[in-house]
Design a protein around this ligand. Structure first.
Ligand code: WTA
Length: 664
């Protein structure tokens, strides 16, 4: 287990406490700390009873479960595993015949500002019709389908339609490359790909279907028999006869009624790829029953959801946040939600605030990286500053994806939340499925930069490398002592890797999160300090250092060796810094710039633009120990521009440190 103590040491200090207002406490679903503590005590007393009661109350089962947790084959835990349900029926059908039926489910705002609304009833019909279209092409329960879609109502419909049939979806973020898409198609053995001809971002039309074609052309994708193409724009795209169908073609004549297929609680709802500490992304497999339960519950708990709320999670459906808080949680909770196709800076950096104002958004959930970039923009231009908009509709604001630095926290609190909205800083992961550690808006006193306390029924601990618990105030590794319903079930096709990664033997059966954390001495609040493995977090996007390294060395005509580390970045949280040994003499400055550009473009092609190294440095060699191990700590210091304090006496050629200090 590689640990970097710098992540553990970097503890931010901000001691001000922001308690919730009396009004917030009075009206909250979980009202006050005593109510929170009572729930925790209930889970302590009877762990299975606690989760079992919630699962009976919040999930509609077509066949009730009799067993809550089966740990007989731990860490392959099973939850509610003799129960049956359908996830899409829990998000849509459940609301029919209730006041939610004619409520707006989705307020969709396109990149160009066009707004479309659909009610729950209409959404159910669209999902039913699309499910019938999939069925008519022979796609059935257990099949895997890849989505490569923009943020649109159709994306939500396609995912819900898969869930309706027990088809396992795997969404690939629209910014990933053909190569990354091909890897995932092959790994899941997809029978179909659902995509759009183009996507609109910031006023630009960008191809999606062409990238699907490229991915399939890379080979190994024989399993794909159908490609469904949503006509997002009027521009034509190449279509392969027999394999490719437009949405209008496949939807024509299909009934809007499609009976939901009941599945076992443990039936995989989806597979979502995420980066780990090896070169190959992992297919995180989630369940149906346990996952849905916590997606719904956290809407009630974390976001204190009320029937009149207008909820907006800005995440893309390509990430877990989009799965849990765009596609499943809000709909299961019967919320009205905003789905936004565009980007926060188009037509200007006031877009989010303008949309909050126009749609009277009440609960807003975004990432620190977006906040930081909007702070910067609003410092330069008053017109896009939140103060130029009426944001009084907001009552709760949230943060996700990376640690939120106290400065950004305070700005968000004062300028977006008007000093009245609690910030729910939600700490969780693709693997946890849903929120794990975060404040409750009507209970928890907030401390900037701290995700505070675990949700009821969740048991985190800070441990050392032997799994021994650390006292408050001492940094260590974050682990969970007990399983939870929405947890990862396995890595698709690689159960051994699942065990090794998340339940390493020295960790006493605890789930190992891969993050460093510390609890405050006074309140026992958690503060997550960042990854302690080889995972990077750039703008809230997870990437493996090895993944980027593999991409670089795959440029075999140029690159002999590469090492990638993270360095702090004011805007993106972390930035990628690549150290590269070329298969040619050290280039001149001008040459180096050209080669660096070529390498950045190459990485964008191999993985996606989000993986482009910000810094690229060339050297005749990399600093290594006597046994040939790359000295990554030294590289981290170089990346930060720090003075080198490590012992460098083992370096064959100390000159390379000078070479590697130079950025291109
Ligand atoms: C980091 C996103 C601090 C953490 C939901 C975690 C956070 C990784 C927070 C998971 C937070 C996420 N505070 N760090 N509130 N939320 N992280 O899988 O390092 O894309 O392990 O899931 O992001 O990223 P993932």
């Amino acid at each position: 287990m590689a640990t970097s103590s710098s992540a553990i040491d970097s503890i931010l200090v901000e001691n001000r406490v922001f308690p919730p207002s009396e009004e917030m406490v009075k009206n909250a679903n979980i009202s006050g700390m005593d109510a929170y503590k009572a729930m925790c005590a209930e889970a302590d007393k009877d762990f299975e009873g606690f989760w079992g009661n919630l699962a009976r109350k919040h999930v509609v089962w077509t066949k009730p479960f009799t067993r809550v947790l089966d740990g007989s084959n731990a860490p392959f835990y099973k939850w509610f595993d003799d129960g049956e349900l359908n996830v899409s029926a829990n998000c849509l059908d459940k609301h029919m015949g209730t006041p939610v039926e004619n409520k707006t489910a989705i307020i969709f705002e396109a990149d160009d500002g066009a707004v479309t609304k659909v009610t729950y009833k209409e959404l159910l019909a669209r999902v039913g019709q699309f499910a019938n279209a999939l069925k008519s092409r022979g796609i059935q329960k257990g099949d895997r389908v890849i989505l490569y879609m923009p943020m649109t109502i159709e994306g939500v419909v396609a995912m819900q339609a898969c869930a309706r049939l027990g088809v396992i979806h795997s969404v690939v973020f629209g910014g990933f490359s053909a190569k990354a898409l091909q890897d995932r198609i092959v790994d899941v053995g997809a029978v179909a790909v659902i995509t759009a001809n183009y996507q609109m971002r910031g006023g630009k039309e960008m191809p999606l279907k062409a990238i699907v074609d490229d991915a399939i052309a890379l080979g190994g994708c024989e399993s794909v028999k159908n490609v469904f193409v949503y006509e997002r724009t009027k521009t034509a795209c190449a279509m392969t006869a027999g394999r490719d169908h437009t949405f209008s073609e496949v939807l024509e004549g299909q009934s809007t009624e499609c009976a939901p297929v009941p599945v076992n609680a443990e039936h995989p709802l989806y597979i979502l790829y995420t980066s780990g500490s090896t070169g190959k992304p992992k297919g995180v497999q989630h369940s149906s029953g346990g996952y849905l339960l916590q997606a719904k519950l956290t809407m009630d708990w974390t976001f204190d959801l009320k029937p009149e709320d207008v909820f907006w999670c800005t995440a893309d459906i390509g990430w877990v946040t989009g799965h849990s808080y765009v596609v499943y949680g809000p709909l299961a909770a019967g919320a009205t939600e905003i789905v936004f196709e565009g980007i926060p800076t188009y037509p200007n950096a006031g877009r989010f605030w303008d949309m909050v104002q126009r749609h009277k958004c009440t609960v807003f959930y975004t990432a620190p990286t977006a906040i930081r970039s909007l702070i910067k923009a609003s410092e330069a231009d008053d017109k896009v500053h939140p103060k130029s908009y009426d944001l009084k509709s907001l009552r709760i604001i949230g943060s996700v994806g990376e640690p939120i630095n106290p400065e950004a926290w305070v700005w968000y609190y004062n300028h977006v939340g008007g000093g009245r909205c609690p910030i729910v800083d939600t700490y969780w992961q693709t693997e946890t499925g849903t929120h794990m550690i975060n404040p409750l808006p009507g209970a928890t006193p907030l401390v900037p930069g701290s995700c505070t306390l675990p949700l009821p029924g969740i048991y985190p601990a800070i441990v050392d490398e032997t799994g021994e618990e650390m006292p408050n105030g001492k940094g260590g590794m974050l682990a969970y002592k007990k399983p939870w319903p929405s947890m990862i079930r396995t890595i698709w096709g690689d159960p051994e890797r699942f065990k090794k990664t998340y339940f390493p033997p020295e960790m006493k059966g605890y789930y190992f999160a891969g993050d460093g954390a510390v609890r405050s001495e006074d309140r026992g609040y958690f503060r997550v300090t960042g990854r302690i493995d080889d995972v990077l977090n750039v703008s809230g996007h997870r990437l493996g250092t090895m993944e980027v390294e593999s991409a670089l060395v795959a440029k075999t005509d140029l690159v002999a060796e590469a090492a990638v580390v993270a360095r702090p970045d004011d805007l993106t949280g972390e930035a990628i810094c690549a150290f590269v040994v070329l298969k040619r003499p050290l280039p001149s400055d001008e040459e180096a710039k050209a080669i660096a550009k070529e390498l950045r473009d190459w990485v964008a092609k191999e993985i996606g633009p989000i993986a482009k190294p910000k810094d690229i440095r060339f050297g005749e060699n990399l600093p290594k120990t006597r046994s040939g191990k790359i000295m990554r700590r030294l590289l981290r210091s170089l990346a930060k521009g720090e003075a080198i304090t490590q012992d460098t006496s083992t370096l064959e050629n100390p000159q390379i440190l000078e070479q590697l200090a130079h950025n291109n």
